[in-house]
Design a protein around this ligand. Structure first.
Ligand SMILES: Cc1cc2nc3c(=O)[nH]c(=O)nc-3n(C[C@H](O)[C@H](O)[C@H](O)COP(=O)(O)OP(=O)(O)OC[C@H]3O[C@@H](n4cnc5c(N)ncnc54)[C@H](O)[C@@H]3O)c2cc1C
Length: 517
């Protein structure tokens, strides 16, 4: 299979990049692949919204820039922060033109305030903004005949010169598993774009869906692409303690923005002991405070007191949370919601320039799997959907140019080798894989979570090496399965996180080693 552009991932990053490229040049052939159904991924689960300055009477670009820099704890790239904030307004307009609606109030966008924001600036669609965006983009993308979407196709590895010359100079597409046909395809492309999202599934509690296993990062690692800030994993302070259909369910920050208070098991409102911004302090501060209270009180969770929010507010603003809590016999607003911190967002990833291009020629990376310099050591709430939109646009314009430049002759792509070695099997279930995945999550949660220590990281390094060796053993048996592909990526990224964490000697943003406190 051949395409001008191969896009791996169909969340907000992959879809908005493809739409932008197709709108600029409908002749460009594109193949978009998603590991699961086209709509599954982190985007669909975003509740809060997108941070964009739109009320210029009260708010300003400068205020949003400052809020982002403060949350990032001195580790953001100020130039990137500036252009992302300033370009957000146009990208939001475009998203609305592509069919996404946001809540309004008296004909203006309804704006909410989230943790770390000095003004109300988050646009949203009730409390399921991500789902609404995802649905609008999926429906828009279907109007372009030159875009082929392949669901249930899993990236295995990127194709680089390494496959023929032992060098990693350029990317030429990817090897991909077709789960239906139980085969491994070679999809060659002039440009390859990784939009594979985060890796929350490295941890036992994560707000991400189970498919967030860092596959793009794993493939990039094997292709020797540079990755940075991987240990900067943001934990969302308030995930529902009870699992919903086996998944961790998020209680958006906007609930605290609307007045909900955090209380420990003695009923005390504790956030004022940790930060003057109380419940609306940046996420790292709130997550650490909750974790400390849980440890101090020897409890499993803290509680979100929502008694100041009316039933009408719940039904109108947060219907998704209201219904989910009701189904668990948590009756709002009188009952408190039990909450715990959970792995939520990867601030680091594949290092890219201001056009989302990686250091490997022909390879771009957009969205959560990239590291652009926007988030620094801690992402400001609702800045990630914004980042995805701004960088998709910039990448699309750059790819338009890149496709006009000198590229390998079309016949060259036929000479790229087919996948060698392992065969894929949909039906082989290797029990050991499930067990190793749980073990990996345990190691990451115990030693590489909110609070780290140098000794814990060393222990994690040893235990991860054991897991890696077992994964390699299974891999060498020549039976590639979907679960094995995911585990191979998870163990690579876990290893990288531990190694990078060991080299950090100063606490910043979400990174917290107790030995440096
Ligand atoms: C519960 C929750 C709430 C959130 N709320 C907000 C919010 O309010 N505001 C905000 O700005 N951000 C929020 N975020 C973060 C934000 O949703 C994500 O960072 C963003 O949606 C990432 O988009 P993406 O396109 O980069 O990746 P995703 O939307 O995660 O898409 C990843 C895509 O890659 C594909 N993929 C992965 N691996 C492979 C593979 N091996 N082969 C083929 N395809 C693959 C998947 O199938 C999927 O299509 C939230 C995240 C979560 C989990």
């Amino acid at each position: 299979m051949f395409a001008d552009v191969l896009i791996i991932g169909t969340g907000i990053s992959g879809l908005s990049f493809a739409i932008k490229l197709a709108m600029n040049d409908p002749e460009i052939s594109m193949v978009l692949i998603s590991k699961d159904q086209v709509s599954e991924g982190n985007t669909k689960y975003a509740q809060g919204g997108i941070a964009v300055v739109s009320d210029f009477e009260k708010d300003s670009f400068e205020k949003h820039i400052q809020d982002t820099l403060i949350a990032g704890d001195g580790a953001c790239n100020p130039e990137v922060v500036k252009f992302v904030v300033e370009e957000g307004k146009d990208r939001l307009k475009e998203l609305m033109n592509w069919g996404t609606q946001f809540d309004t109030q008296q004909e203006n966008l309804h704006l909410v305030k989230e943790g770390g924001h000095s003004e109300k600036r988050v646009v949203h669609y009730k409390d399921h903004t991500g789902l609404h965006i995802q649905q609008a983009l999926v429906s828009k993308i279907k109007s372009f005949p030159n875009i082929q979407i392949l669901e249930n196709h899993t990236l295995v590895d990127l194709i680089t010169d390494h496959h023929s010359t032992q060098k990693h100079d350029r990317c030429y597409g990817a090897y991909v598993i077709s789960r239906e046909e139980e085969s491994i395809l070679k999809i060659s492309a002039k440009i390859t774009v990784l939009c594979t999202g985060g890796a929350g599934s490295l941890y036992a509690h994560s707000t991400n869906p189970a498919i967030a296993t860092g596959d793009g990062l794993g493939a990039a690692y094997r292709a020797k692409v540079h990755m940075d800030k991987l240990p900067f994993v943001q934990f969302h302070p308030t995930a529902l303690y009870h699992k919903v259909n086996g998944n961790t369910f998020l209680i958006t920050e906007a609930v605290r923005g609307a007045g909900a208070k955090l209380r420990n098991s003695s009923g005390e409102r504790f956030m004022d002991q940790y930060d003057s911004r109380k419940e609306l302090a940046p996420r790292d501060i709130v997550a650490r405070a909750i974790q400390k209270e849980i440890q101090k009180q020897e409890e499993k969770f803290v509680s979100l007191d929502c008694s100041d929010l009316t039933v009408e507010t719940w039904k109108k603003r947060f219907p998704n949370i209201y219904e989910t809590c009701s189904s668990l016999e948590i009756h709002l607003p009188q009952d408190m919601i039990p909450v715990v911190p959970a792995a939520h967002y990867f601030c680091g990833g594949i290092q890219v320039n201001s056009k989302s291009e990686s250091k490997l020629k022909g390879l771009y990376s957009i969205g959560e799997c990239s590291s652009t310099g926007l988030h620094g050591a801690n992402r400001l709430a609702s800045n990630s959907l914004l980042e995805a939109l701004v960088f998709s646009h910039r990448a699309a314009l750059d790819v338009l140019d890149a496709l006009k430049k000198e590229l390998p002759d079309p016949s060259f792509y036929d000479t790229l080798p087919e996948w060698k070695g392992d065969t894929y099997s949909n039906s082989v279930e290797i029990k050991e894989i499930h067990h190793l995945r749980l073990k990996l999550q345990e190691v990451m949660t115990n030693h590489v979570g909110i609070f780290k220590t140098s000794e814990g990281l060393q222990q994690a390094d040893i235990e991860m090496l054991e897991i890696y060796n077992k994964v390699q053993e299974i891999y060498n048996q020549d039976r590639l399965t979907h679960g094995l592909c995911e585990l191979r990526n998870m163990v690579s990224i876990a290893h990288l996180i531990i190694k990078q964490a060991q080299s950090i000697t100063e606490n910043k943003g979400v990174f917290y080693n107790q030995d440096y406190a």
